[in-house]
Design a protein around this ligand. Structure first.
Ligand SMILES: NC(=O)c1ccc[n+]([C@@H]2O[C@H](COP(=O)([O-])OP(=O)(O)OC[C@H]3O[C@@H](n4cnc5c(N)ncnc54)[C@H](O)[C@@H]3O)[C@@H](O)[C@H]2O)c1
Length: 276
């Protein structure tokens, strides 16, 4: 059911690779809620994924950009403003990648070139987008910028590796830039800390199936899906959340406030008995 929450709004969505992507689901919802969109991803991701299909569904132009390149970002912002005939109302940063995770290098044997890449792609790219947007004055007053984070920014999770550091930096950038952009332009900047979700990036985390099972048992409301996340993101792009900024907002069915649940305890007891 649509509520016209984004009627007349224009937005840029980074990170739709395929149907599983959180960004893909967000584009569908934002389109359904009346927004006009520009979609973007790296040229490689555009070839490997199915973003062209999404562009057709949402009637959106697709502009390639590597989010680690300020030049690409500026080009994207300029072209988007041409397409929209003016400034942008919202931006979604839905980008993450760790070469260390991909190559299976553990945290105590990280490759530092890869570590830099992880931080550049997964966190500094957010700063670059905000900085370029500010430089070009590309976002309207009371606009909204959202990036996707994970609870590994606050808690240590086995195998999440240097992505935990990247997410901590990402959340800090939202606060630091949220202050500057808020006082100057009334633009809000937030991160959403999403449940583990079976996407291409999610599948890259070793043991994701067990993690999803664990958080499902621990969360009183169960895990949030990519579609649930898209619904939440749309509210943050809407005018109903104008005074929410510099926040890391948990969207995880309650997981982040839990210590132990009955469902998880039962599982633990069962495996304990199985071992007997
Ligand atoms: N899936 C999960 O369990 C989960 C949980 C919490 C947060 N997140 C976060 O959600 C966001 C979206 O991930 P997803 O789960 O939808 O997976 P996904 O694989 O569908 O999306 C990741 C996207 O990042 C893009 N990307 C990688 N390098 C890039 C670059 N240099 N420039 C531009 N784009 C680049 C990829 O092309 C891809 O589209 C990420 O920030 C991820 O860390 C995911």
């Amino acid at each position: 059911m649509a509520y016209n929450l984004l009627k007349g709004k224009k937005g840029i969505i980074f990170g739709a690779l395929n149907e599983q992507s959180i960004a893909w689901q967000t584009a569908l919802k934002a389109h359904e809620e009346g927004a006009q969109l520009v979609l973007t991803n790296t040229a490689v991701a555009m070839r490997l994924g199915t973003i062209a299909e999404l562009g057709k569904i949402c009637n959106a132009e697709i502009i390639p950009a590597d989010a680690t390149s300020s030049e690409d970002i500026e080009n994207l912002l300029k072209k988007s403003m041409e397409i929209f005939g003016g400034k942008v109302d919202f931006v979604l940063h839905s980008i993450g990648m760790s070469p260390n995770v991909r190559k299976g290098l553990p945290y105590d044997a990280l490759n530092y070139d890869y570590f830099h890449k992880t931080l550049d792609i997964s966190a500094l790219s957010f700063h670059k987008i905000l900085l370029s947007a500010r430089k070009l004055d590309a976002i309207k007053e009371w606009g909204s910028v959202v990036a996707l984070s994970y609870v590994a920014a606050q808690r240590t999770l086995d195998k999440y590796n240097d992505m935990g550091d990247a997410k901590a930096l990402l959340e800090s950038i939202a606060r630091s830039f949220g202050y500057i952009y808020g006082k100057d332009k009334k633009i809000r900047v937030n991160t959403i800390s999403q449940s583990p979700t079976m996407t291409t990036a999610g599948a890259g985390v070793k043991g994701i199936d067990s993690l999803i099972d664990f958080t499902e048992r621990m969360s009183p409301l169960g895990n949030a899906s990519a579609e649930d996340c898209a619904n939440y993101i749309v509210t943050l792009f809407s005018d109903l959340t104008k005074k929410v900024t510099m926040q890391n907002l948990y969207h995880d069915g309650g997981f982040s406030s839990m210590g132990m649940s009955e469902r998880a305890m039962r599982q633990y007891d069962k495996s304990f008995n199985d071992c007997d």
